[in-house]
Design a protein around this ligand. Structure first.
Ligand SMILES: [Mn+2]
Length: 320
C-alpha cells in the first residue's frame, strides 16, 4: 500500500480567513495566526483574505515589506479558521459549504447552526492582541517587521489604545510588540498610520460607505453600520449630503431597516452619525438625541462601533 507521508505530516490545508470587507486586524490576525501555527509545526495552515483590502492595509504591508495574504473569494469545500469574526453575515462567500474547524476572535460569538471544535474568544481590543499573546506565551520569535505589523493592527482596532474597547492586555501586548519592532514612539506611529487612513475626501460616497461596512441582525431588524475614522470629521461635512443620498439609494436597491455611517473623529473623540432606513427614527430613542433633518446625529465621546453604537441598538430591539 502506498502511503503519502507528506499528507500524514501536513494534513489537509486549513485556510485562515478574516471577515469580508476586511480591516487591518482581519488581515493581520490571519497573517499572524499562520505564523503561530507554523511555529507549532502545523504547516498546513494558510492565511488568506476573502475580499479586497483597504488602503491602510496595503500601505502597512508595503511599509514592512511583507506580502498580503492571498485572495480567495469563495471558500466552498475548504477547511476554515475564522479570525476576527464569527457572525455569518460577515463570513467569506461559500462558508455554508466550508467546514469551520476553529474560531479566534474578540467579538461576541455568533455561530447559529455550526459549532466548531475549537473556539478562542477574548474580550480584547483586537484579534491581533490575542494572537500576539499566544505568540509571546509560546515563546515564538517574532520578526521586528511582523511585530510592527501586529502593533499597527492593534492601534487600528483600538484607535491608538484610546477606544473604550481597549484592555490592559492590549496595552501590554502593544508595548511588547513595539519593543520588538523598535518603535519607541507609539503615538507618532499611530499618527502616521491614521494619516494613511484619512483618505475620505478623495473618495466617492459609495466608496466611503463600502470601506469598513458591517451588517448586523438585531432580533430581526437589519442594521448596516459603516465606520469612517478621521482626524477631522468636520472637514467631511461637505460630503454629508452626498453620503445621505447614497444611503437612500442603497436602501432602494438593498433595503435595510437602518443604515448608518459613523464619522468618528479620533482627535476630538466624537462622532457624527448619518442614518437612513424605515427604522432610522428609532435611533432618537436609542441614543436619546434628535436626528437633525431626519438623518444626522451628533454623539460626543462616541468612538467605537462595537462598544458604543451597536450594543444600544441590539438592546433596544431585543427588549421590544
Ligand atoms: Mn478586530
Amino acid at each position: 500500500m502506498d502511503i503519502n507521508t507528506d499528507n500524514i505530516l501536513i494534513g489537509d490545508t486549513i485556510y485562515i480567513s478574516g471577515h469580508k470587507k476586511p480591516d487591518l486586524d482581519a488581515v493581520v490576525s490571519a497573517y499572524s495566526y499562520q505564523i503561530y501555527r507554523h511555529a507549532r509545526g502545523d504547516f498546513n495552515y494558510i492565511a488568506i483574505r476573502s475580499d479586497d483590502v483597504n488602503a491602510v492595509t496595503k500601505w502597512i504591508f508595503n511599509h514592512f515589506k511583507l506580502d498580503i495574504p492571498m485572495l480567495i473569494r469563495d471558500v466552498s469545500g475548504k477547511k476554515l479558521v475564522l479570525v476576527d469574526h464569527t457572525d455569518p453575515v460577515q463570513r467569506p462567500d461559500g462558508w455554508e459549504r466550508a467546514e469551520i474547524i476553529e474560531v479566534v476572535d474578540h467579538h461576541n460569538l455568533k455561530l447559529e447552526t455550526t459549532v466548531p471544535p475549537k473556539i478562542t474568544i477574548r474580550p480584547y481590543g483586537s484579534t491581533s492582541t490575542l494572537v500576539g499573546q499566544k505568540l509571546i506565551q509560546a515563546n515564538v520569535k517574532i520578526q521586528p517587521n511582523v511585530a510592527g505589523l501586529m502593533l499597527a493592527a492593534i492601534i487600528d482596532d483600538t484607535l491608538a489604545l484610546r477606544s473604550p474597547i481597549t484592555t490592559y492586555v492590549d496595552r501590554s501586548i502593544a508595548g511588547q510588540l513595539s519593543a520588538i519592532a523598535g518603535i519607541s514612539d507609539i503615538s507618532s506611529f499611530a499618527r502616521e498610520l491614521f494619516d494613511h487612513k484619512d483618505i475620505w475626501l478623495k473618495l466617492k460616497a459609495n466608496q466611503i460607505i463600502n470601506t469598513d461596512i458591517k451588517e448586523f441582525d438585531a432580533n430581526g431588524t437589519s442594521v448596516v453600520i459603516t465606520q469612517v475614522e478621521t482626524m477631522d470629521n468636520q472637514k467631511l461635512s461637505k460630503k454629508e449630503p452626498e453620503l445621505v443620498l447614497e444611503l437612500k439609494k442603497l436602501n432602494r436597491t438593498q433595503p435595510k431597516d437602518i443604515r448608518i455611517v459613523m464619522l468618528t473623529d479620533l482627535l476630538r473623540n466624537d462622532c457624527i452619525i448619518l442614518a437612513d432606513g424605515n427604522k432610522a427614527q428609532d435611533l432618537e430613542k436609542i441614543f436619546g438625541t434628535q436626528l437633525e433633518k431626519g438623518n444626522r446625529m451628533y454623539l460626543p465621546g462616541v468612538l467605537s462601533r462595537k462598544k458604543q453604537v451597536l450594543p444600544p441598538i441590539l438592546d433596544y430591539y431585543t427588549k421590544i
